[in-house]
Write a protein that binds this ligand. Structure first.
Ligand code: OOG
Ligand code: MG
Length: 269
């Protein structure tokens, strides 16, 4: 099945956003920018993923956004969104991440799920929780391609929901852990920079799964076996800076990444 050709509006928006991401230069909000419908915004996301695939990247999962009040309030957007993750965005747990490829990155603590079987999101009777074989603490680095992180709902969707990097801790079995109202703590060099609870994520992180299925069905997303799902940040995002950044979810585990200023510094480590 070949995808229908995207309209010029969508391919044009994808080109602007892709260039902004690759050159780490934000799109100025004063710059002429088309009004996109939500459908066109998700089509722009799909076009961005095609461009990444053409550069050899592989889709490895999906991320939800605005699943907590803290995030909705911080960004002034009050609807759930979904974005795409690729292998090039993933940093190994304990690995290093350089700031110089990013515009104005922020970091947020996440709960990640691992999908064990190919999921048909088009199936209205789907219970996505049945396909989850792992859960882990995660970190997401978001980096809006818009100047000053200023956007509305279609714009942040078109910009692949600000997705930039992510890190996932060791997977645990879903039946081994209790995700109900667990403390979430993010630290930079040991200093607590954000704290919350898993209950901030729609009351319980598993409640994100039917919402993801509904969005996936509406916008034609794929979720093959092995996919990672980020459930959305439990706290506000914090400006990323050099140091050791960690997220800990009580009863689940921890994850960390070493943030350095430049890629040159990373290769010396
Ligand atoms: C959009 C991404 C939101 C989350 O976890 O809520 C998100 C943004 O805040 O720029 O990833
Ligand atoms: Mg997030």
């Amino acid at each position: 099945m070949s995808a229908p050709e995207a309209p010029a509006l969508v391919t044009g928006a994808a080109e602007v956003l892709d260039t902004a991401q690759q050159s780490a230069t934000p799109v100025r909000t004063t710059q002429a920018w088309p009004e996109l419908s939500l459908e066109e915004a998700y089509a722009t996301q799909a076009a961005l993923l095609s461009r990444r695939r053409a550069r050899g990247e592989r889709a490895v999962g999906l991320k939800l956004g605005f699943t907590s009040e803290a995030k909705m309030r911080q960004m002034g957007v009050d609807e759930l969104i979904v974005g795409r993750l690729t292998d090039a965005m993933q940093v190994a747990d304990g690995g290093a991440l350089a700031l110089d490829a990013l515009i104005h990155p922020r970091v947020e603590p996440e709960v990640a799920f691992l999908v064990g079987t190919d999921v048909d999101l088009a199936n209205p009777a789907l219970d996505l929780a049945d396909s989850i074989v792992g859960v882990a603490a995660g970190l997401e680095i978001i980096d809006s391609r818009y100047d000053g992180f200023r956007f509305d709902l279609p714009r942040v969707v078109a910009d692949n929901t600000s997705a930039a990097r992510f890190v996932v801790g060791p997977w645990r079995g879903l039946d081994e852990v209790d995700l109900d109202d667990q403390a979430v703590t993010m630290r930079i060099d040991g200093e607590v920079v954000a704290s919350g609870t898993t209950a901030a994520i729609l009351g319980h992180p598993l409640r994100t799964l039917p919402r993801l299925a509904a969005l996936g069905r509406r916008f034609g997303l794929q979720l093959p076996a092995g996919s990672v799902v980020l459930a959305g940040a439990a706290t506000e995002a914090v400006a990323l800076r050099p140091g050791t950044v960690s997220a800990e979810v009580a009863g689940l585990g921890a994850v960390e990444v070493s943030v350095v200023a430049t890629a040159g510094e990373r290769s010396k480590q």
